[in-house]
Ligand binder design. Structure first.
Ligand SMILES: Nc1ncnc2c1ncn2[C@@H]1O[C@H](COP(=O)(O)OP(=O)(O)O)[C@@H](O)[C@H]1O
Ligand SMILES: [Mg+2]
Length: 222
């Protein structure tokens, strides 16, 4: 069954008088449990596609169906609720809060979900242990390596138990060894049944996915 379905999606950015078409008639279906890599050079439209799939931006035209729900006419509040429930985000630059310990960082989304304090800490600890950071619960981002920071970000993305993990260039700021560790975690998540959509410009990273599509100048080329 499809969890993500983009139909004839176009995205046009308008900057003053200038318009730029970043996505051209994109058709994409992602099945539940898929591990997909979207590969393309810088400027090809990868992040634009990720923002649409992640409900952070709307297509200019075309439709996006997420888990059988047409997202075109949802209010901002409903979009945010759907996003928080279904999607975990991982970014190239980790996007962690400064001066905030790993445990707190990962537990934070649970505050908004109304989970009591002790349970928040227990769940955050459990997930940090899964990404091999059981020893770093009290470390702030500036006390962690890039690979460790990205693993905190992965733990944070998992805390609400999302169905989909959306990762935009997750290894882009990492050395090869740390990148491989991240791919190992993605492989484990894939075996647990998560749907993973990973954006990358690196072929060797894309090889870890089970399926690959390529994007060039806003078009899927294969
Ligand atoms: N907010 C924006 N306004 C105008 N143009 C944009 C905007 N965001 C991205 N673009 C343009 O759209 C194209 C695709 O960008 P992006 O999706 O970020 O590519 P990628 O992630 O593959 O590097 C680029 O040419 C970029 O300059
Ligand atoms: Mg990008």
């Amino acid at each position: 069954m499809n969890i993500v379905s983009l139909k004839n999606v176009n995205k046009i950015y308008q900057t003053g008088e200038v318009s730029f078409q970043a996505l051209k008639n994109i058709n994409l279906e992602v099945k539940i449990g898929d591990f997909l890599a979207i590969i393309g050079a810088s400027g090809s439209g990868k992040s634009t596609m990720m923002n649409i799939i992640g409900l952070l931006d709307h297509p200019t035209s075309g439709s996006y169906i997420l888990d059988m729900q047409d997202t075109s006419h949802l209010s901002q509040d409903n979009l945010a609720a759907l996003r928080n429930k279904k999607i975990g985000f991982i970014f190239q630059s980790f996007n962690l809060l400064p001066r905030t310990a790993a445990l707190e960082q990962v537990a934070l989304p649970l505050i908004y979900a109304g989970v009591p304090k002790l349970e928040r800490a227990n769940r955050a600890r459990e997930i940090l242990e899964q990404v091999d950071l059981g020893e770093k619960l009290n470390s702030n981002p500036n006390q962690l390596s890039g690979g460790q920071q990205q693993r905190v970000a992965i733990a944070r993305s998992l805390i609400n138990n999302p169905q989909i993990i959306l990762a935009d260039e997750p290894t882009g700021n990492l050395d090869t060894k740390s990148g491989m560790e991240i791919m190992k975690i993605f492989n484990n998540l894939h075996s647990e049944g998560k749907t993973i959509i990973m954006i990358t410009h690196e072929e060797n990273i894309a090889q870890h996915a089970k399926r690959r599509i390529r994007i060039k100048d806003g078009e899927i080329t294969g």
